[in-house]
Design a protein around this ligand. Structure first.
Ligand SMILES: *[C@@H]1O[C@H](CO)[C@@H](O)[C@H](O)[C@H]1NC(C)=O
Ligand SMILES: *[C@@H]1O[C@H](CO)[C@@H](O)[C@H](O)[C@H]1NC(C)=O
Ligand SMILES: *[C@@H]1O[C@H](CO)[C@@H](O)[C@H](O)[C@H]1NC(C)=O
Length: 424
């Protein structure tokens, strides 16, 4: 009478012990929030109506029987989201005490609350809740056949898949679910899995990092050459194509940290392109029609570049030329400002000093050769151009520094966020 729960006294619940072995994690679908795994479910219970004396039956201690002849507890997994494709006519072992052990293989497509924020360094905690459809606690109580630790260890040693996901551990807790007036016994297993990030690190993070590094290094291309902007534009284009191609690898729902990282890389590139445009504009302005330089800017320039400056220019600073002591070696004068004056100044500080006292000659320019009257306007303009060029280079260095600072801080922030998850 397999239609009825086999029990002698109907007010005594059937005790059903379950355990399982997880043998593969086949797929985790972040969009549908599904985990597909493969497991062997083992269900054990007593049937008090099956009993024999092994001595009378030729020492047979246990028999296999088809499940069609037995009452089977209806254990199901609550998170199950697919039709059960388990073959129906399976066998079960029955021993002489009436203890029935029933194994069935299951491909479990279970719903799992996936948090992809830390993708691709994420860990997921999927639950498998075993319970009965119809039997309440008065009729069926669930127990554990093995400790969760044992289940975890056998699964870890048996697991076949070397795919994207690694099984970390399996934990268990027991709970009763209340629905209306009836209570159902449940056993909840927490399956902790971790993604192997190497695929994503190699395909997503490294190329991004390289492109941003090249973008940062391209600041060393001279701004005057006009190569910098096209170079950066090509990089930006390449990065866009890269993002388009790699879009398939990203989870589609939610905003993982990696998307923020990509957006950050892209904006760094855009910002650096804008900076290049700005500097190019500034240089163009400086070389074609330099506007008069505001005094504050001028003093700022003087202040920041005075140790490298070769031409004392303002009348009140005329004695600057005297500062050119022999300690000012040519090596000290590297950088774009070196072109400010003909090299004669550097070599003949005493000439400069001798000419200083005559105000007519050095009122606006300390360069002795350009002090002659016909060339004065020309020289003045050239000087202004030089100042603006100097200013552009200063701005370039400053913005490059800010760019590096922003890049370093944001990337470190992202990495720290990723690492906090790992510590956990
Ligand atoms: C069934 O079990 C309950 C509780 O253990 C007990 O009170 C009752 O007498 C039993 N009934 C029979 C018929 O044995
Ligand atoms: C279920 O397991 C418990 C201990 O874990 C044990 O006492 C009980 O006999 C088991 N029941 C069956 C039906 O195997
Ligand atoms: C999984 O989640 C459950 C409850 O949400 C928690 O008790 C358990 O510790 C988590 N396990 C892991 C490995 O994070």
């Amino acid at each position: 009478r397999k239609a009825f729960r086999p029990v002698i006294n109907n007010s005594i619940p059937t005790e059903v012990n379950i355990s399982f072995t997880l043998s593969a994690i086949l797929k985790v679908d972040a969009q549908l929030q599904l985990m597909t795994s493969f497991l062997w479910l083992n269900v054990i219970w007593y049937n008090p109506f099956i009993r024999w004396n092994p001595e009378e039956c030729g020492g047979i201690g246990k028999l296999s029987m088809t499940t069609e002849n037995l009452w089977i507890p209806d254990i199901y997994i609550q998170e199950f989201m697919d039709v059960d494709q388990t073959p129906t006519s399976l066998m079960a072992y029955v021993n002489s005490e009436g203890r029935i052990s029933y194994d069935k293989p299951m491909q479990v497509v279970s719903i799992c609350n996936l948090d992809i924020f830390y993708f691709p360094f994420d860990q997921q905690n999927c639950t498998l809740t075993f319970g009965s459809f119809i039997y309440t606690v008065e009729d069926m109580v669930l127990g554990m056949e093995k400790e969760a630790q044992e289940i975890s260890n056998t699964s870890l040693s048996l697991i076949r898949s070397k795919g994207e996901w690694v099984l970390l551990s399996i934990h268990q807790s027991e709970q009763q679910m209340t629905m209306g007036t009836s209570q159902y016994d449940q056993i909840i297993f927490y399956v902790a899995i971790r993604r192997r990030p190497s695929l994503y690190v190699i395909n997503l993070l490294l190329p991004s990092g390289f492109l941003v590094a090249i973008d940062a290094l391209s600041f060393y291309l001279p701004a005057e050459s006009g190569n910098r902007a096209p170079f950066k534009m090509t990089l930006l284009l390449g990065y866009n194509v890269f993002l388009l191609m790699m879009n398939d690898l990203l989870p589609v729902n939610g905003t993982p940290l990696i998307s923020v990282f990509f957006a950050l890389c892209l904006s760094l590139m855009v910002v650096s392109l804008l900076e290049t445009v700005f500097i190019t504009y500034l240089l163009h302005l400086a070389t074609t029609e330099p506007p008069p330089m505001p005094l504050w800017l001028y003093s700022l320039l003087l202040h920041y570049t005075s140790p490298r400056k070769c031409c004392p220019t303002a009348p009140q600073k005329g004695n600057k030329g005297l500062d050119l002591t022999p300690s000012h070696l040519p090596g000290d004068l590297s950088g774009p400002w070196m072109t400010l004056c003909p090299a004669t100044d550097l070599k003949e500080p005493e000439v400069l000093a001798r000419k200083m006292p005559s105000p007519g000659e050095t009122e606006l320019n300390g360069c002795p050769e350009s002090a002659r009257a016909p060339q004065e306007a020309e020289a003045q303009k050239k000087h202004l151009v030089d100042l603006w060029v100097q200013f552009s280079h200063m701005m370039d260095s400053l913005l490059f520094g800010l760019y590096l600072l922003f890049m370093a801080s944001s990337i470190i922030t992202v990495i720290i966020l990723w690492n906090t998850w790992h510590v956990f």
